[in-house]
Design a binder for this molecule. Structure first.
Ligand code: IDP
Ligand code: MG
Length: 145
């Protein structure tokens, strides 16, 4: 890296259980790769409740918290680390806004998800929202041995 370039970032991406159930893992990975980000870690997993409580600590107490826990425990998901310059905001842009009804066409949520009438929004993917949350979330899903 030269002194004038910004540092490469890492972000945590989850393909949530709805994405795995709907066989969209390949489609979602393809979009991340096509954008030019590098996937450096990747695993299929079933999260346990304590992992999800740590991951979603900021949402504890909100009306959708318990439905969110149930949804994230409803089946396997895929966790990955993607790397590249500005990948944190870049993946959030690829994903689209939280509400899939409002997410722009062209985004993962806008193209592939819709309101299912559930208490928690099922929107296929998670992406970290800052450098601090990315590092915190990566350490939850990919702890250093
Ligand atoms: P984000 O995934 O776009 O970063 P967050 O606000 O961090 O959105 O919320 C985490 C997850 O909780 C969302 O992806 C969605 O599944 C769910 N969620 C967020 N806000 C609501 C809501 O107002 N109603 C129902 N579910 C929600
Ligand atoms: Mg979030």
């Amino acid at each position: 890296m030269t002194s004038t370039s910004t540092g490469s970032e890492r972000t945590l991406i989850l393909v949530k259980p709805d994405g795995v159930r709907r066989a969209l893992v390949g489609e979602i990975i393809a979009r991340v790769e096509a954008k030019g980000y590098v996937i450096s870690e990747l695993k299929m997993m079933s999260a346990d409740r304590s992992t999800l409580e740590a991951h979603y600590a900021e949402h504890k107490g909100k009306p959708f918290y318990e439905p969110l826990m149930e949804f994230m425990l409803s089946g396997p998901m895929v966790a990955m680390i993607a790397e590249g310059n500005r990948v944190i905001e870049g993946f959030r842009s690829l994903a689209g806004v939280t509400d899939p009804t409002l997410a722009a066409p062209g985004t993962i949520r806008g193209d592939l998800a819709r309101d299912q009438g559930t208490k928690v929004v099922q929107n296929l993917v998670h992406g970290s929202d800052s450098v601090e949350s990315a590092e915190r979330e990566i350490s939850i899903f990919f702890p250093k041995k």
